[in-house]
Write a protein that binds this ligand. Structure first.
Ligand code: DGJ
Length: 731
């Protein structure tokens, strides 16, 4: 970032090096965020960029700024309070016990501690000189991954309750000539549609008010680039995710001096939070990583951070599976399900996943309008129970997993009849449904027990259940909590307490079942974030499994989440051939959702070999570094490369994304990245279809230097719409 622009009002009458100025550098391996107090002991952000080798020089950064506009307030506040001097979008708004709304924050102290290899925590305590409000800013750094995790606690030291009107996680401040934001919108089956916007003056907001499955329309993820719109391999880039599975608000406020504030946290809309005397509120974390070498490097930082520090079992392995959702929908019984096990075995996958429709008796779950909430096996469909299915799966030599959607209820259910007070609904209004269902009130500890119990019951009765798909299809309409009403707590806490309740259930679940893999699903991809992924090993990106659409959806998610977390299934959603469908699903965590017996002999032979191929490359796909080589939004094909840490193996996925006629989609080679220039490699095509042998010369040897500077041609054409290449070091 450039710092030539005059920015902030500074009283230069006292030397910046005087006693009253405190400078706090927060460093990763290559970068630094620097905080500094001013003469009035307010804390500001004075630098974000490359680390200086002499940390003593950070103190002088601010002296280089000249800006004379004393009335405009301090624009670079590290956590902007409201109602006092600040005229900009605040990070914190409090109605104090006496009804006053002004808050001021002054620096009190800070400390830094080492938490582990490459991990440090800096905490900065701020206090209001008039009201007993204390704010602590937390900056956790992951040096090797150049990643920052930031959150805040707000403590009410007053004698009575105060109301938190706004309580952001982080309040960042940047200076640059220009700002470009890549952000996303979507609806069901059309998740993660990107848009890149040059940030205008004023405020640009990303937000959600959906309550549950909160990121259906917009996820809390973004890529911010400075000075110029960054590309994969160039530009200054901040890539971020807010770890919160509920309503969020991320404001990008650009001021007249070209400064940019990014204020991210829980959405304050209808969410004023009562903080009792002596109590503390902890915000969710904003996680961000920075690179000056483009989006690719930032994204690889984030992937490594996720695998090493956040994603459940991030460095472990995953199971391939056969799911029955698109194969049967609700129309099955135990014979049909057991019949599918043979298909799973024939394919060679590790597990069978039983989807929606296995439960409820009074109102059987034979469609999506009834039964949700009644978690007993449907006696007609599964007379011998889940236990029988688990035993049969074991006999067939595969593991067994199960679908649940425990946070929700159909009005046509016994749960609804017996526990109306557990349901989020406004008693004075007609009910309004999303997929014929309502959301349970997770602010209520009894409801938390119920949700925990759904899973605990399954595991207690069937300890061999090896996998859970946790779905969540509805948003919150008519936000009213009977529990908060009973407890005389403000209804505006519901959106926040819902998510806290969810995390508390997941904490209990993980305490008792620390290992079981769980897929985070949300009627497609409406929920994923880095707080949820503490508990989940993987997530469902979208119900849209058309592979052409999927290339784009997987591409966009891949900026933020590593391939090991990305569940991609081969289904019959589209008429595209099985090879293309499989090749796309392999770029992540592969699964199937088909009737294996419907495959032709060639399709079956291809798929059996594909599972074997997948098992042989999965280590690289799951744990390798990801390089996006050709952008499908810019060219008629996508190319993505995964390279293992030792640079001994790599896998390249190549997909033509159009049916328009061209003699070849590979007129030029694709330059690889991330290899060792000095090593020798051979390139081999895998996943060839019976009768269509590879056109790639397997015997040729190339230096890494050749592959990265000249490239390799995957020979894509309308006859070779997808090509997977394995690149192996010649030893
Ligand atoms: C939505 C999910 O995204 C699907 O995969 C499937 O599990 C259905 N729900 C089941 O109702």
């Amino acid at each position: 970032m450039k710092y030539s622009l005059p920015l902030l009002f500074l009283l230069l009458t006292t030397s910046i090096f005087s006693q009253s100025i405190t400078t706090i550098p927060i460093e990763t391996r290559d970068f630094a965020l620097v905080l500094q107090t001013d003469q009035a002991e307010r804390l500001g952000t004075v630098y974000f960029g490359k680390k200086l080798s002499n940390a003593g020089e950070y103190a002088g950064i601010f002296l280089q700024e000249r800006h004379v506009d004393g009335n405009a307030g301090i624009y670079h506040s590290a956590y902007t309070p409201s109602g006092s001097w600040n005229l900009m979008e605040p990070a914190l708004s409090i109605t104090h016990a006496d009804g006053h709304v002004s808050t001021e924050l002054k620096y009190v102290s800070h400390r830094s501690e080492k938490l582990g290899e490459g991990i440090a925590l800096t905490t900065v305590l701020l206090r209001d000189p008039v009201y007993a409000t204390e704010v602590t800013l937390f900056y956790k750094t992951y040096a090797r991954e150049n990643t920052f995790e930031q959150w805040t606690t707000i403590k009410n030291g007053e004698k009575q309750a105060v109301t938190l009107e706004k309580y952001a996680s982080a309040n960042l401040f940047f200076t640059a000539n220009d700002y470009w934001l890549r952000h996303y919108h979507g609806v069901w089956a059309h998740e993660m549609k990107p848009e890149t916007t040059r940030l205008p003056f004023g405020i640009h907001t990303l937000d959600s008010k959906l309550g549950a499955r909160a990121n259906l329309f917009q996820p809390p993820t973004f890529i911010l680039s400075f000075d110029e719109a960054a590309s994969e391999n160039s530009g200054k880039v901040l890539l971020a995710n807010l770890g919160w599975s509920g309503n969020f608000k991320i404001d990008f406020e650009k001021d007249s001096y070209n400064g940019l504030r990014v204020i991210a946290g829980i959405n304050p809309a209808a969410s004023a939070y009562q903080l009792d005397a002596g109590k503390e509120f902890k915000t969710p974390s904003l996680i961000y990583t920075y690179s000056e070498n483009g989006i690719g490097e930032a994204s690889r930082n984030m992937h490594r951070w996720a695998r090493n520090h956040r994603l459940m079992d991030g460095n472990g392995s995953r199971m391939t599976l056969l799911n029955n959702w698109e194969a049967t929908y609700f129309d099955f019984d135990e014979n049909k399900i057991v019949g599918l096990f043979a298909g799973a075995k024939k394919l060679g996958v590790d597990m069978f996943l039983l989807d929606d429709g296995w439960f409820a008796n009074k109102y059987p779950r034979n469609g999506d309008a009834a039964g949700l909430g009644d978690w007993q096996e449907n006696r007609k469909k599964l007379p011998s129970g889940i236990g029988y299915l688990v035993r049969e799966a074991t006999k067939a030599g595969i593991k067994f997993g199960i679908w649940v959607e425990p946070e929700m209820v159909n009005p046509k259910s016994e749960l609804y009849e017996q526990h109306l007070d557990w349901v989020i609904r406004e008693p004075q209004r007609p009910e309004h449904y999303f997929r014929n269902q309502l959301v349970l009130d997770l602010s209520n500890p009894e409801v938390q027990d119920h949700v925990f119990g759904v899973l605990d019951n399954i595991f207690t009765k069937n300890p061999e259940v090896a996998y859970v798909k946790w779905d969540c299809n509805a948003v919150i309409y008519n936000a009213f909590s009977p529990y908060l009403e009973r407890k005389k707590l403000p209804q505006t806490q519901l959106y926040v307490d819902y998510v806290k309740g969810l995390y508390s259930v997941l904490d209990r679940l993980r305490a008792k079942y620390p290992k079981v893999p769980m897929m985070l699903c949300s009627g497609g991809g409406g929920r994923v974030d880095y707080e949820a992924l503490r508990y989940f090993t993987e997530f469902w990106l979208s119900d849209d499994t058309d592979p052409l659409e999927r290339v784009f959806i997987q591409w966009e998610y891949s900026y933020f989440y590593p391939m090991i977390a990305s569940c991609n299934h081969i289904t019959d959603w589209s008429k595209v051939g099985i090879k293309y469908r499989t090749d796309v699903a392999m770029m992540g965590k592969m699964g199937y959702d088909i009737v294996v017996d419907h495959l032709t002999p060639d399709e079956l032979a291809f798929s059996q070999q594909a599972v074997k191929n997948y098992n042989s490359i999965s280590d690289v796909v799951w744990h390798g570094d990801c390089y996006r080589l050709s952008d499908p939004w810019e060219r008629p094909y996508a190319s993505v490369l995964l390279v293992d840490a030792k640079k001994e193996r790599a896998v390249s996925f190549n997909y033509v994304i159009t049916n328009r006629f061209e003699f070849s989609y590979s007129t030029a080679p694709i330059k690889l990245e991330g290899l060792d220039p000095a090593k020798k490699y051979r390139v081999r095509e895998i996943n060839t279809y019976p009768g269509a042998p590879s056109t790639i010369d397997e015997k040729a040897e190339y230096s890494g230097q050749f592959l990265m500077n000249v490239g390799i041609n995957p020979d894509m054409s309308l006859k070779r719409m997808s090509v997977i290449l394995e690149i192996n070091e010649v030893k």
